[in-house]
Design a protein around this ligand. Structure first.
Ligand code: ADP
Length: 520
């Protein structure tokens, strides 16, 4: 609809309305003034009436005392002032001229029959009388009186001009019409302005206010705030854009929050790893020497057992041999743990160069297939033929070995583990997916903590993922884990950059381990 489309159109419509209203007011005002002006300028309204003409003639006559009262012709003629008489005649002529003006008014001229001239006789006689009085010549008073009487008779016949009333009536009609027009247009203007104000409030002020409030809320950080403007015009579009902007802000804020959370966790993790690494290096170093001594001693004891126990019965020898073997295997296990601890704290100075990561994955998989406990498992590899990236080969091999072994452990060595490598523009993603026991949210939260393990005592050290995480981080990559829950399998993802950052940056991120290894 016209009014719901655009504010510009609405404004133009409103402006048009104002112009029309002003036009109506102006027209009615000007029309009223024009009719007032016509009345003011209408000379005919000032014109003398018939009775005024009669009165002026009577006043001329009144200058001369009544000659009819003379008893005999010898009686003296009445005395009068000829100047006064003259003045009154001039006055009467002026009044007659005024009467003629009115008589000549167009509306009256139309009404009268052609040749109708009731003033002609009066004007003529007045002119004659004036001439006679002016010259003061042989002024025959009876003759003058006769003339004046005739004049009075002619004046008495003058019609009272009906046009004057008609003119007044017309003026009254004009006045009433003008008044009605002014009222109607004033009412029109009033309601028009009211409509404009309501329109302005509804379509401009209120939406602007709503947008203003929304902007303030969003500026205060309430990105979930949305403005509600139900209109099809520019304000509606503006509100829509505003909401989209707030939505985008919300997304960015949420992403940032997640990122900060993740980074903080990483920081805490590396901090803990640093302290654990430091501690582990010291302990491992100290424990390793006595362990080596125990192993050597037990090995030499084993070699000498046969000659030492020649007199003993066989079953006794077997028991002693079993104990010695146990000492050997356990000290071996202890040494493995200390080795891992030392690995954990060892420097990352290991050289990083371009290496085929697909080749490394293949090596890991073939190594694992030969392990007895994973013989029944199924291993799948989805990857390109080769993929060269800048890494420390033996470290990444350690990571992958650990992740694949964990994945197979989670299936009790009987499930399927898929390793998939995906190349992206500036990094590669290696996903290790299993259909094993899965993980609870709590397990996922603690996975990378040093010594966290769910395996039975003696089965796991809880160091594999911490070490893997540290190695991947040292490569400028990220190790993450996901699972739909217990019993629903897990996916571990290793993201590695194709190229390493400058050595400074790498050294910076691994400085804690360097210092640990030196301390050992
Ligand atoms: P360890 O294997 O010695 O326990 P890790 O750091 O390698 O130490 O693993 C820590 C724990 O993470 C494991 O005990 C196990 O609970 C969990 N885990 C690791 N990989 C998987 C997996 N693929 N599926 C289920 N749980 C896993």
């Amino acid at each position: 609809m016209f009014l719901t489309k655009s504010i510009r159109r609405k404004m133009v419509f409103g402006l048009g309305l104002v112009v029309v209203m002003l036009g109506a007011l102006l027209t009615s005002g000007l029309w009223g003034l024009a009719s007032l002006r016509a009345i003011i300028q209408d000379e005919s309204l000032d014109a003398a009436t018939a009775s005024e003409v009669v009165a002026s003639v009577v006043r001329i006559r009144a200058v001369i005392p009544d000659a009819g009262q003379r008893q005999s012709p010898t009686d003296p003629l009445p005395v009068f002032d000829p100047d006064e008489l003259y003045e009154r005649i001039v006055d009467a002529r002026a009044i007659v001229v005024s009467y003629r003006n009115r008589l000549n008014a167009p509306e009256l001229r139309l009404q009268k029959a052609a040749g109708w001239n009731p003033l002609g006789l009066i004007e003529r006689r007045l002119a004659e009388v004036q001439g006679v009085v002016e010259l003061r010549k042989a002024l025959s008073i009876p003759q003058l009186l006769f003339e004046l009487d005739l004049l009075a008779v002619a004046a008495a016949d003058l019609p009272e001009l009906p046009g004057l009333h008609a003119r007044l009536d017309a003026a009254r009609d004009d006045y009433r019409t003008a008044l009605t027009v002014v009222w109607v247009s004033s009412a029109f203007v009033f309601f028009g302005l009211l409509a404009l104000v309501v329109f302005g409030i509804r379509h401009v002020f209120r939406p602007v206010n709503t947008l203003h409030q929304g902007a303030r809320r969003v500026a205060q950080g309430d990105f979930s705030y949305r403005v509600a403007i139900d209109s099809d015009d520019e304000m509606g579009e503006l509100a829509e854009s505003f909401n989209r902007m707030a939505e985008r802000f919300q997304e960015i804020a949420e992403n940032l929050e997640r990122e900060v959370e993740e980074r903080s966790r990483q920081l805490v993790r590396s901090d803990r790893l640093a302290s654990v690494g430091f501690l582990a290096a010291g302990v491992a170093h100290e424990v390793n020497n006595p362990l080596t001594a125990i192993r050597w001693s037990s090995e030499s004891l084993e070699s000498r057992l046969a000659e030492l126990l020649t007199d003993c019965p066989d079953d006794e020898v077997a028991v002693v041999q079993q104990y010695v073997a146990m000492i050997q295997s356990e000290s071996e296990r202890c040494q493995e743990i200390t080795k891992k601890l030392l690995d954990f704290s060892r420097s990352q100075d290991s050289h990083k160069g371009r290496q085929d990561v697909v080749g490394i994955i293949r090596e890991v998989l073939s190594l694992i297939t030969h392990m007895k406990k994973f013989r029944e498992a199924r291993l799948e590899l989805i990857s390109p033929e080769q993929c060269e990236i800048e890494i420390s080969g033996h470290e990444i091999k350690q990571v992958l070995l650990n992740l694949v072994a964990n994945a197979l452990d989670s299936t009790d060595g009987k499930g399927t583990v898929t390793v998939e490598l995906v190349e992206q523009v500036d990094r590669v993603e290696i996903q290790i997916t299993d259909d094993g026991c899965g993980m609870s949210a709590e397990t996922i939260d603690n996975l990378f903590q040093p010594f966290f393990t769910t395996k039975e005592t003696g089965q796991g050290t809880g160091l594999g993922l911490s070490i893997s995480d540290r190695i991947v981080t040292d490569h400028g990559g990220r190790l993450s884990a996901a699972s739909d829950g217990p019993g629903k399998g897990s996916t571990f993802t290793v993201r590695l950059p194709v190229r390493q950052r400058t050595s400074d940056a790498v050294n910076e991120s691994s400085s804690y381990s360097t210092s640990v290894s030196h301390s050992g």
